[in-house]
Design a protein around this ligand. Structure first.
Ligand code: SF4
Length: 86
């Protein structure tokens, strides 16, 4: 059952207060928060839970989020440097 751990509580470092697993597994609408493994690995069998309830594609989207803003900025700087050389 997908709601098996919903009553479990944890302190969320991102939001600064306690919340239930229910929030974490639906943080992105139908998908869990990208931090769900880091936050829950020592409380519940989170990897088994994710594999049971989400597809590989969904897990990839969750656990390998798009490039960070910092990485994007470095890429833009590199592209600008290359343009200057041309
Ligand atoms: S999984 Fe996300 S929403 Fe849940 S406690 Fe961790 S950071 Fe907060």
């Amino acid at each position: 059952m997908i709601d098996k751990f919903d009553s479990k509580q944890i302190y969320c470092r991102k939001l600064g207060h306690h919340l239930g697993f229910h929030y974490c597994r639906l943080e992105k609408g139908d998908l869990p928060c990208s931090k769900i493994v880091d936050c829950w690995f020592d409380t519940i069998p989170i990897e088994e839970f994710l594999q049971s309830h989400f597809t590989k594609e969904q897990l990839s989207a969750i656990l390998n989020p798009p490039q960070s803003k910092i990485a994007t900025i470095f890429d833009l700087i590199e592209q600008a440097k290359n343009r200057d050389k041309e």
